[in-house]
Design a protein around this ligand. Sequence first.
Ligand SMILES: Cc1cc2nc3c(=O)[nH]c(=O)nc-3n(C[C@H](O)[C@H](O)[C@H](O)COP(=O)(O)OP(=O)(O)OC[C@H]3O[C@@H](n4cnc5c(N)ncnc54)[C@H](O)[C@@H]3O)c2cc1C
Length: 390
Amino acid sequence: MSLSAPQSCDVVVAGGGIVGAACALACAQQGLHVALVEREFPGSGATAAGMGHIVVMDDSEAQFALTRRSQQLWQALSSTLPSSAEYETPGTLWVAADDEELAEAARKNVWLAGREVPSRLLSSRELAAEEPNLRPGLAGGLLVLEDAIVYPPAAALHLARQAQSLGATLLAGRSVTHLADGEATLDDGSRLRAPRLVNATGADAPHCTPGIPVKKRKGHLAITDRYPGFVHHQLVELGYLKSAHSVSTDSVAFNVQPRQTGQILIGSSRQYGNEDSAVDHALLAAMLQRATLYLPAIASLSVLRVWTGFRAATPDKLPLIGPVPGDPTLWLATGHEGLGITTALATAELLAAAFTGATPAIAPEPYLPARFNPACNQAHNQEAAPQEKL
Ligand SMILES: Cc1cc2nc3c(=O)[nH]c(=O)nc-3n(C[C@H](O)[C@H](O)[C@H](O)COP(=O)(O)OP(=O)(O)OC[C@H]3O[C@@H](n4cnc5c(N)ncnc54)[C@H](O)[C@@H]3O)c2cc1C
């Protein structure tokens, strides 16, 4: 790690989570000189707390476009990832508890087929054959075959190191205290000048860019001892969609993941308005109970560790990727809520395309921060246009 900060560069990225590390790499791959500033070490924030499920979502066309594009980028990257990143493609099995949920699984199946995403509807019997530890009598499920898993902190570290190998400067253990008008100030008083500044500080992004619509959404995860073969796919209840959409109440959902080590990651919970990182034992108990409802034998497994993390949530469930109205040098890459591992690579691709004037692989408009301030959008576009290409 380099300790000496460059005085000027093409891009300063604040925050070395999976999103910031991916942005640094994508920019470095375009030949831009990048400084990546991380308060602790790469992958230490929400990225270390996340489950690492790389999942295609269908809440909206915009969410689909970003998750699917990013999943394809992960696939393309997978052969170069180190073994520590534990990349695998077990698929997601959306579990339908009753006929209503099975109808939703069938709808999703048709929707995904229309967008060339391989998936397969499972009957009750086929579901039991795929996952014998699920409770008997479930209605069926939907297997989405290209959904993957990764170990997020190792993946983030890899992306940061790749960026370094292409000339990026990593300033770890340094905080950005001010980020605007083409300049980043660090906690040691040093300054970095760049025509592009990227706020990728996750759930802390409003500290550097006050007023942006990002709130913390707390989550819990638990990990068991090693039980190889206990489950084979990422298992998620279809009811998850209801709980993930609730923006006001605490919620838990059945969401478990087989790790390469044989351990089982058990999730998940969602809480607003709780910025205390301590484990909430009542919510944890509800989360584990939910898992037991679907996988009764999970009650006999040993849980080794429990932790919490904070997702960066926006009001419309889409991330903020793009320029900040009023400051043509300042860009956001935050607000990825529960999908930041999935969408990091497509986020980075969008930013790098904007910085170099390349045609983006997907339309950037749905993710622009200016959607929360349409009047500024027009003004910003006029300001930003001449600097579109560095
Ligand atoms: C319980 C849980 C489960 C999840 N499961 C999944 C999942 O299965 N799939 C999925 O896609 N997503 C999942 N997520 C979401 C995912 O973890 C996040 O969306 C993602 O990690 C966000 O990455 P990030 O880089 O934006 O933020 P972070 O990882 O939080 O990175 C931000 C970085 O900025 C640094 N930083 C903060 N302030 C400053 C500053 N002033 N100066 C310098 N550095 C600073 C922090 O130290 C941190 O390293 C989950 C999240 C949680 C909490």
